[in-house]
Write a protein that binds this ligand. Structure first.
Ligand code: SF4
Length: 480
């Protein structure tokens, strides 16, 4: 092989005075310097043979007599990073009702238990079940969201039975998830869920006092009742029947260690340090609930440090947000996180069949609709998915998410891993096309990529081993 090299396109970012990274078109990264970048671009053949081989394997340079195989490898590496939106919508969210026993201040969508008129019509529910099979994806996740879907277990049951019967001729791999407070969970439900391999997802915000403050109920025992539900599900369905998600409220910012410790105490293997989504905010509560990106970052740093502490003690606990970023940096295969897809995962990989009879491109889009902005409605439940996905609304979402075209993203070193979130932009600025650097989504992810690169750079072997395990896409063995 010739050691005459020529440069390939790549982008750089100076994270700090001491830390510069470069990312090639294959999504490979190197830690580098201004001088080396100049050398790669101007005189790559003057680098040591060893460094040239290293850079060639990562698609920063190529030899003058490069084989066509390398070109094909680059194309397939790029495609592997963007598979999530290629197979058609695979996540189908059904919202049977907005009723919920909680009255969380930050939630715009839920309605009280005696509310009427925020529950899906039977004909819409059946039509949603049929629509799901219009997707070409061989693997489907059907998730029930609310409100609290278990308040209308009759509808959840009907949908699962109907989808299961339709699947007899379709043979898709289907995974069911019900997101619920679990307050209503009983033995009958658990037996049904066990029979149909339904996973449960619940919310646990941290220790009892914090959770009950975040999620008020008239009896002030939301935490205790959720834990009773978790115990019942684990006993009847199995030890891994329930996963938990937390929401970071302004109050939560004060308790990073206590929140992580509670997840360890309860035996969960994952924690997702998620910022509060602004979509569901009741506007009048902004002053009491909103916090800055910097506040969240500080909380995230402390909580992640605690997660790493527990891992050092031999306790398995994976932080999901860090894992998503590590997956982008360290793995060849994308884990499918919908919010970082180009073109957007909204619509292309997720569809929401809402109680109101309309289809939305994401859970956040239906929440925006509850605040009065219905501009992201794709159409009525029952309309062909192909026509929903070729609507002007969907085309706009796609155009606003193309990293190779969007100003700001085009030049961003992270554009192999990241993408603008047009739904987020709509929520924040009333348009999917807001200048990307102004969006909270971009600012948060720019910071996250910077931060995760810096800890990878300084990680010792043990920490790198842990990060490599976290970076692997989580495979659901049940649907393989
Ligand atoms: S959204 Fe921001 S961080 Fe992401 S690729 Fe675009 S400019 Fe970069």
């Amino acid at each position: 092989m010739s050691y005459q090299s020529i440069p390939l396109p790549f982008l750089t970012r100076e994270i700090s005075d001491e830390l510069m990274i470069a990312i090639s078109e294959s999504g490979d990264h190197i830690f580098t310097s201004v001088d080396e970048v100049r050398q790669i671009r101007k005189h790559p053949s003057s680098l040591s043979h060893e460094r040239q081989a290293f850079l060639r394997a990562r698609f920063f340079i190529k030899s003058v007599d490069q084989s066509p195989g390398m070109r094909r490898l680059l194309i397939s590496r790029r495609a592997a990073r963007r598979t999530t939106t290629q197979d058609g919508p695979s996540l189908h969210i059904i919202v049977p009702t907005l009723q919920c026993a909680h009255s969380c201040k930050y939630c715009q969508v839920s309605r009280s238990l005696n509310d009427e008129g925020h529950t899906i019509k039977i004909e819409d529910l059946d039509a949603a079940c049929e629509s799901i099979f219009e997707s070409s994806s061989p693997t489907l996740t059907v998730e029930f969201q609310g409100g609290d879907p278990l308040l209308r277990f009759d509808l959840v049951r009907r949908a699962i039975l109907y989808i299961t019967s339709l699947n007899k001729s379709q043979n898709r791999r289907i995974r069911y998830v019900v997101a619920s407070t679990l307050h209503q969970l009983n033995v009958e439900m658990c037996l049904f869920f066990k029979e149909h391999k339904v996973y449960l997802s619940t919310s646990i915000d941290g220790p009892s006092r914090l959770h009950n403050k975040n999620r008020p109920t008239p009896t002030r025992d939301a935490f205790e009742r959720t834990l009773q539900g978790v115990a019942l599900a684990q006993k009847i369905i199995g030890p891994d029947a329930v996963s938990a998600l937390m929401t970071t409220t302004k109050e939560s910012l004060l308790y990073p260690n206590e929140i992580v410790d509670e997840y360890v105490r309860l035996g969960f293997k994952e924690i997702f340090l998620r910022p509060l989504s602004a979509y569901g905010f009741a506007k009048r509560n902004q002053k009491f609930l909103a916090y800055t990106l910097e506040d969240f970052n500080q909380f995230y740093l402390s909580a992640l440090e605690r997660v790493l502490y527990w891992n050092q003690q031999g306790v398995e606990l994976r932080e999901v947000y860090t894992s998503i970023i590590l997956n982008k940096l360290l793995s060849t295969f994308d884990s499918g996180y919908v919010d970082l897809q180009s073109p957007t995962g909204a619509g292309l990989s997720t569809l929401v069949y809402n109680y109101d009879g309309f289809v939305y491109p994401s859970d956040e889009a239906r929440m925006i609709a509850e605040t009065g902005d219905q501009s992201l409605r794709l159409g009525r439940i029952g309309e062909a998915i192909a026509s929903l996905l070729s609507s002007d609304i969907q085309k706009n979402l796609i155009n606003a998410s193309l990293v190779d075209l969007v100003p700001g993203c085009k030049e961003c070193a992270y554009n192999q891993f990241c993408a603008p979130n047009p739904v987020d932009s709509q929520a924040q600025f009333g348009t999917p096309f807001a200048p990307v650097h102004l969006t909270e989504h971009c600012r948060r992810h720019m910071w996250l990529f910077d931060y995760v690169f810096s800890i990878v750079k300084n990680a010792d072997d043990d920490l790198l081993d842990l990060f490599c395990r976290w970076a692997e896409p989580v495979v659901d063995k049940e649907i393989l």
